[in-house]
Design a protein around this ligand. Sequence first.
Ligand code: PAF
Length: 282
Amino acid sequence: MKTVKTVDEVRAQVREWRKQGLSVGLVPTMGYLHEGHASLIKASVKDNDRTVVSVFVNPMQFGPTEDLESYPRDINRDAALAEDCGADIIFNPEPSEMYHKGFSSFVDMTVLTQELCGLSRPVHFRGVCTVVTKLFNIVKPDRAYFGKKDAQQLAIIKHMVDDLNMDLTIVGCPLIREEDGLAKSSRNTYLSADERKAALVLSRSLELGKEMIRNGEKSCAAVIAAMKELIEKEPLAKIDYVKIVDCDTMQQIEELDRPALAAMAVYIGKTRLIDNFFTEDI
Ligand code: PAF
């Protein structure tokens, strides 16, 4: 498996595959790959003749006080994992390759970006939409794979592809958890041993919310209040948000009368973790 650094190299490889009539899948990542990414790569390898994994810590989607500098990076480890999963090429550009001097075009979205992580991270989704559009234009994949852990990101990308007539299929893949319930995330590496234990409060509170819904609770306020109460009992946890939104619009709802997403962002110490469930999956 090759690791390439330039847009020209990845384009030349994809052109070669296209000449042979092969289909191409793209798995966009920021690296420090874990089992969640592995499941995306394996899904792409199953559906497509060739798979490109991009590894790029995209500066544009980090706010000025966020963890761009400390975000974990290990391209050799990523390459080994991607190869084990059957990927054909890693695209690992430098920021200067993606954003040349004078770069000034952006892809932005209203409505879906205004809730949840979009509220706490105002520049985040503009950075995500811009880099994902660039990756789609560079690789021109038939399909691209995103995890349901970043549920708002997945909804935004599907909407963007539809709005802008992008010619590919977006495939959403299940959220992958550690055995004890913690959602897999590259940011879990920031957690100390005590924080790692405390972080279980996210999945525990989601389980409580699911249980209430299974038992017939229809009021979003009641479910949210119970989840927040549980999280607030954990001294190392600080809630950013706990919300229930419509799956398509990402706008808050009051009644559980349609497919909904229960989503949360919680700081454990300094680490901001996200987790969620779709009511359709419970
Ligand atoms: O989900 C991520 O890792 C990133 O937001 C993405 C989609 C690779 C864009 O940088």
